[in-house]
Design a protein around this ligand. Structure first.
Ligand SMILES: [Zn+2]
Ligand SMILES: [Zn+2]
Length: 367
């Protein structure tokens, strides 16, 4: 069974890249959270490191003549899937390969300067300069055992970007050592420095069709009814669908959030501001929770747009729903940059049109 749901075209692209003479050393996977970006980066890690895919040519290859031989020797000649069974494949799947490292906000690779007293920062929201120092150190060394070391930077838009450390990262992306590959993962590619973006091969990770997600869940052993519900609620993101399938209570929580969105869409400014303040307070301790609420809002307005289009809603209604969707995208971007969370969220709520009434059954049926 493939570890991936959907994204067949991207997988083919990664196969071709990994099998080429000079596989790219910096790839930017741009797409929403849980859409499959990390799974694709891990697939690339396997393609580069699978023992069976990258086995040296068998003895006796010289029978085919010198040309073929030299072709075989210059690199992985097989375009194919990683075996999934060799040691690198297994370790990568289990996320325990010593040379496949994920660098994100927290303490990973934290390397204080000599003599510096340095508190731990497991809850940090940024990838700090001490971690960038650790990364630079790591990249200078050879991998423990892999053909290619893979560093997944997630989310890349939270990477420390000032001073010499950032400059060194840029140089490394520009002229990476032959044994290290960077996979930058982000939902907000425009928040990355242009100089970083331009050094990466960019892969846009698009939503996966619902039927593919449903089939992927069934292939993982989930029953059909649950798979269908999860695929619907995940809105194109396989990772989210798997999370729902493993914890169906998350979908119930989502149903309650949906009801609240429906109620708030009928409220005026006062209620909306109170809600924005609560959401901004939550943001300080539970970013994922807030992003999840934005996601429900997005589903809510998308649903209005779809229903409106099929039921002949007024142009004003449709424009209102479109404006709301734009405001959500803007809020997401603002939250990843330096905008104050409360301001970003208040602005978003103000952009939502006020609805006369929203049937809650509609919510129940789709959430
Ligand atoms: Zn393998
Ligand atoms: Zn540190």
């Amino acid at each position: 069974m493939s570890a991936l749901i959907g994204h067949a075209a991207i997988v083919r692209e990664l196969q071709a890249l990994a099998a080429s003479d000079d596989p790219p050393h910096s790839i930017l996977f741009a797409g929403p959270d849980s859409s499959g970006r990390t799974a694709l980066a891990l697939e690339y890690a396997k393609l580069l490191n699978c023992e069976r895919l990258n086995a040296p040519p068998a003895a006796g290859a010289s029978l085919f003549g010198d040309d073929t031989l030299s072709e075989l020797q210059t690199g992985p000649a097989t375009l194919g899937e990683p075996c999934g069974e060799c040691r690198p494949c297994r370790l990568i799947s289990e996320r325990s390969h010593p040379d496949v490292i994920t660098l994100g906000p927290g303490d990973t690779l934290c390397r204080p300067r000599d003599g510096e007293s340095h508190a731990q920062h497991a809850d940090s929201r940024d990838i700090r300069i001490c971690q960038v120092r650790g990364l630079i150190d790591l990249v200078a060394k050879y991998p423990f055992e892999a053909r290619y070391r893979l560093v997944i930077i997630d989310p890349a838009d939270r990477l420390y970007r000032e001073g010499t450390a950032a400059h060194t990262i840029l140089k490394t992306l520009e002229e990476p050592p032959g044994h290290t590959v960077f996979c930058l993962v982000t939902a907000a590619p425009e928040a990355l420095l242009e100089t970083i973006r331009s050094r990466c091969r960019r892969i846009d990770v698009q939503p996966v069709p619902r039927s593919e997600i449903e089939a992927g869940l069934v292939a993982r052993g989930f029953d059909l009814a649950l798979a269908a519900r999860c695929a619907e609620a995940a809105r194109g993101r396989p990772g989210q669908a798997i999370a729902f399938a493993e914890r169906p209570d998350l979908m119930d929580i989502r149903g309650r959030l949906w009801e609240r969105c429906a109620r708030l869409a009928g409220e005026g400014t006062g209620e909306r501001f109170r809600y924005a303040t609560t959401l901004a307070e939550t943001w300080r301790k539970d970013r994922a929770g807030v992003l999840n609420e934005l996601d429900v809002w997005e589903a809510f307005w998308e649903q209005r747009l779809r229903d409106g289009a099929s039921e002949g809603a007024s142009e004003e209604d449709l424009r209102g729903a479109l404006g709301a969707l734009k405001a959500i995208a803007q809020a997401r971007e603002d939250l990843t940059t330096q905008v104050i969370a409360r301001v970003a969220l208040e602005y978003m709520l103000l952009c939502f049109p006020r609805l006369a009434s929203v049937a809650v059954e509609e919510a129940q049926a789709t959430a």
